[in-house]
Design a protein around this ligand. Structure first.
Ligand code: G16
Length: 607
């Protein structure tokens, strides 16, 4: 950078780099850009769209206009700005910093190399503290969507509680994008080296760069008993592979799983973050999306094919496997030749919460998104814990976790709290985002304690078998039809919504429809209503067929079809989930007429 007046230590080992620059605020005229509505999780578009003209600046300024209107303490405040390392992250971060300073922000916090995973951002906003508590943060990420100049970019604003902005704020942001006339920026900001921890004093503004792992690690150490996980790792019969799929999880995985917990070096694979998450030449074609289809490398290492069926392997199969997505909020959990569905994983973590120190005071609440299987409901009922069903989108869990705190002091408290989604998201109230490495540690903690109790290695498969014998099994699968014509997909949804309630009592094979409706959520904490959250067909035997359109894609539409069939403990628990739900899929195709609407006769991804 420009002139370094002095280079002294910041007290915590970081150099303080002073630069007496004068940052001049400029008002840049702009015009509204259509289509800046955030989806399920932030604004996601093709990278080239974000790179064009004022696209990013308009959105960021619209966020600031909203925050200022809402009396958020932006003036002199602290803001976190980082991302998942995807293509154009460094440039976007510089643009955001300039707009933030021009709008009055006093201090910016960045992870090293501009990296912070989504859960780590939440941890930093909530827990880094020391007198400069941030009012919020920007996460530059399109999560599991591929990165690269020809792929996707995204941005999301998280609030002071560390969670995604609620719908009432994002709608105001959207309103601003429709009437914006200018954005503010500063001139004279030197190019900052974000590669090492440092404190930059730039006139009266400060940019602090800190190790991207430290805050998240500190928080996770409060949640888990690292020593007992270390003992599991040290067992000669335990091996682990954690695939970061070239996303942002790499530095976290290496530091926590290998260095802190003692897994063998090399246990963390694809652990160098890449701007294209490995791109077309990677086995997963840059889709850093941990599921059976995309996490092909890990799935094969664990002795499975993409249908989750056992395959032979010439190499020893690790006892535990996990994968993360681009921004490291998602997780997939496997054991040797065994895949656990995210819905089951959630239920089993809730069932074994007493083995996790974070919940030593006793779990008070849990929740799942609507399409997630009802496996967790059965556990919650047996244990007398409150269980909520919310729409798809992590933001809907936030209010439940904040209920009974300073945000909603008159409402009941549901924390300690665990929640999760079928879309490979699991987490708890230590942060306000789903947390991939938290889920991995939760499983390792459960296995470590059960192994200690049993005196022999207990696997994910052992826990699952025991669980199903107790609660029965919610056989589950999701079919995705990606890249279909948006208008046609919307017509199909409209047709099904239009029949709401009319199919009750109708039989399909040996199943009779009990409920057919469009899911609507009445938030018990802030009273807000979210309509149109998916078409549901619920049968008398408890089987469910759910249809929704994905809200995270950037082109066309993705139809998601969720299928669930419950088998009691006395039934056949050892079948393959895809075979069990197949007859339900046939009924779903009949109910939706999907083939004639979309022209598709098979899904792109089944997981
Ligand atoms: C986001 C949300 C999740 C949601 C998922 C799937 O995940 O944070 O809560 O379940 O999208 O959404 P859709 O079905 O609309 O594509 P992520 O990992 O992409 O941030």
């Amino acid at each position: 950078m420009g002139q370094i007046a002095s280079n002294i230590c910041g007290g915590d080992g970081r150099p303080v780099i002073k630069n007496d620059v004068t940052l001049t605020i400029k008002n840049v005229p702009t015009e509204p850009i259509a289509g800046q509505a955030p989806g399920t999780s932030g604004l996601r578009k093709k990278t080239k769209v974000f790179m064009e003209g004022n696209y990013l600046a308009n959105y960021v300024q619209s966020v600031f206009n909203t925050l200022i209107e809402e009396n958020v303490p932006v003036q002199g405040g602290t803001l976190v700005v980082s991302g998942d390392g995807r293509y154009w992250n460094p440039e976007a971060i510089q643009i955001i910093i300039k707009i933030a300073f021009a709008n009055g922000v006093g201090r910016i916090w960045c992870g090293t190399d501009g990296l912070l995973s989504t859960p780590a951002t939440s941890a930093v906003i909530r827990a880094r503290g020391y007198g400069f508590e941030p009012f919020g943060g920007f996460i530059c990420s399109a999560s599991h969507n591929p990165g690269g100049i020809n792929d996707d970019f995204g941005i999301k604003y998280n609030c002071e509680n560390g969670g995604p902005a609620p719908e009432k704020l994002t709608s105001k942001m959207l309103e601003w994008t429709g009437k914006i006339k200018e954005y503010k920026s500063v001139e004279g900001l030197p190019n900052l080296d974000l590669s090492k921890p440092a404190i930059y004093k730039l006139g009266d503004k400060i940019v602090e760069v800190f190790d991207c792992v430290e805050d998240h690690l500190k928080l996770l150490k409060q949640c888990f008993d690292f020593n007992s996980i270390k003992r599991l790792m040290a067992r000669p019969d335990f091996t682990i592979v954690y695939d970061s799929m070239s996303g942002v999880q790499g530095p976290y995985a290496r530091r926590i799983i290998e260095q802190e917990l003692g897994a063998k070096p090399g246990s963390c694979t694809n652990a160098d973050p890449k701007p294209d998450f490995g791109g077309p030449s990677s086995a997963w074609h840059g889709h850093a999306d941990p599921n059976l289809t995309y996490a092909v490398e890990l799935v094969a290492t664990m002795g499975l094919n993409k249908e989750g069926q056992k395959i032979s392997s010439s190499k020893p199969i690790p006892s535990f496997g996990a994968a993360a997505d681009g921004d490291a909020d998602r997780n997939m959990i496997l054991s040797s030749q065994f895949f656990i569905s995210p819905s089951d994983s959630l239920a089993m973590i809730v069932d074994n919460a007493d083995l996790i120190p974070q919940f030593r005071a006793g779990l008070k609440g849990c929740a799942r998104s609507m399409p997630t299987s009802g496996a967790v409901d059965l556990v919650a009922k047996a244990k007398g814990i409150e269980c909520f069903e919310v729409p798809t989108g992590w933001k809907f869990f936030g209010n439940l976790m904040d209920s009974g705190t300073q945000y909603f002091p008159d409402k009941p408290q549901y924390t300690p709290f665990i929640c999760g989604e079928e879309s490979f998201g699991t987490g708890a109230d230590h942060v306000r985002e789903k947390d991939g490495i938290w889920a991995v540690l939760a499983w390792l903690q459960i296995l470590a304690k059960k192994t200690e109790q049993a005196g022999k290695l207990v696997s994910v498969e052992d826990v699952a078998n025991q669980h199903w014998k107790t609660y029965g099994r919610n056989y589950y699968a999701r079919y995705d039809y990606e890249g279909v014509d948006k208008a046609k997909a919307e017509d199909m949804m409209k047709m099904m919504s239009g029949k709401s309630g009319q199919l009750v009592g109708k039989s399909y094979g040996n199943m009779k429809i009990k409920i057919n409706d469009v899911f609507e959520y009445n938030d018990p904490v802030d009273g807000s209503v979210s309509k149109n959250q998916g078409v549901r067909f619920i049968f008398e035997d408890g089987s469910r067929i759910i249809f929704r359109l994905s809200g995270t894609g950037v082109a066309g539409a993705t139809v998601r079809l969720y299928l669930e069939k419950y088998t009691p403990p006395t039934g056949n628990l050892g079948m393959h989930q895809f075979d069990v739900v197949k007859p339900l899929a046939d009924v779903a195709l009949q109910l939706s007429n999907l083939k004639s609407y979309t022209g598709r006769d098979k899904p792109t991804v089944i997981t």
